[in-house]
Write a protein of this length. Structure first.
Length: 276
């Protein structure tokens, strides 16, 4: 009998010891599991964002002429949510916005189309877990956005302005591509969609670099440029001078001359020159 008592006592002590050990290590285990789960969410969200959201919001959420920036401080520090009267959490706001879409803003922001609905519950294509993954990816930008870091640093040289005849430094087409696909958002309208005139050759027409040279020679040309390079520069900094037939004026932002430096313009020009 005493052996049974001793065995039972030993089993009880072992169970208590195991419980104590599990109590000690469980928080760390759960924390590790949570980090792993959140990392997988962000990875899956990045893939969905790249395939479906990048066109309007930019590769790192910097925004494009088609959609507002998401990677910005006021969205994460509460200022924007307070301004629009949103009383719940940022995660709830993003989940609601991605799920149900957004109408065109009434604050004068010039976006050409409303945001579509993405959740299956509203006629979209994403499951609830996929919506959560996209939201996790966006929230992942928070610390960086609040700190004021930008995906593409803008140098402090002389700003471009509207002088299309100013001498530019030597441009780097790869740096220009990064600007077009990133902070400036040119690719959203001219490469990834037909919102703006395509840069690439299409329908038997040459690319934008060659088209510029042709257009400045036409009798009905009313711009100030006299060469293909000047035409491309003027198209960026004086956007309504060269409105291509079939497209509307004022769709393209008119403040690029105030937003980019001479180096930025040189790099962007070098990239545009690759579209022959």
């Amino acid at each position: 009998m005493k052996y049974y008592v001793a065995g039972g006592t030993l089993a009880f002590i072992s169970a208590v010891a195991l419980l104590i050990v599990m109590t000690v290590i469980e928080p760390a285990r759960m924390e590790s599991f949570t980090r792993s789960y959140e990392s997988r969410q962000i990875e899956q969200g990045a893939l969905i964002f790249e395939s479906n959201c990048l066109r309007c919001h930019g590769p790192q959420g910097e925004g494009t002429p088609l959609g507002p920036p998401l990677n910005r401080a006021d969205l994460f520090n509460g200022e924007y949510l307070s301004a629009i009267g949103w009383s719940s959490t940022l995660r709830d706001f993003l989940n609601s916005t991605v799920s149900a879409g957004r109408p065109l803003p009434s604050d004068g922001t010039n976006f050409p189309q409303p945001m579509p609905t993405w959740s299956e519950a509203f006629g979209g294509q994403f499951r609830p877990d996929q919506i959560d993954n996209v939201v996790a990816y966006i929230i992942n930008w928070g610390d960086r956005a609040i700190a004021g870091a930008q995906p593409t640093e803008i140098t402090d040289d002389l700003m471009m302005g509207s002088d299309i005849f100013i001498e530019l430094p030597e441009g780097d087409p790869e740096a220009g591509q990064a600007l077009a696909e990133g902070t400036l958002g040119c690719a959203a309208c001219h490469i990834l969609s037909t919102v703006g005139p395509p840069w690439a050759a299409t329908d038997g027409l040459p690319g934008v670099a060659v088209r510029g040279a042709i257009r400045v020679q036409q009798d009905n040309y009313t711009g100030n440029a006299t060469s293909a390079d000047e035409y491309l520069i003027e198209s960026v900094v004086e956007t309504n001078i060269h409105v291509v037939e079939g497209f509307q004026p004022s769709i393209m932002p008119t403040d690029f001359g105030e937003r980019i430096t001479l180096h930025d313009m040189a790099d962007l020009l070098a990239f545009m020159q690759t579209f022959e």
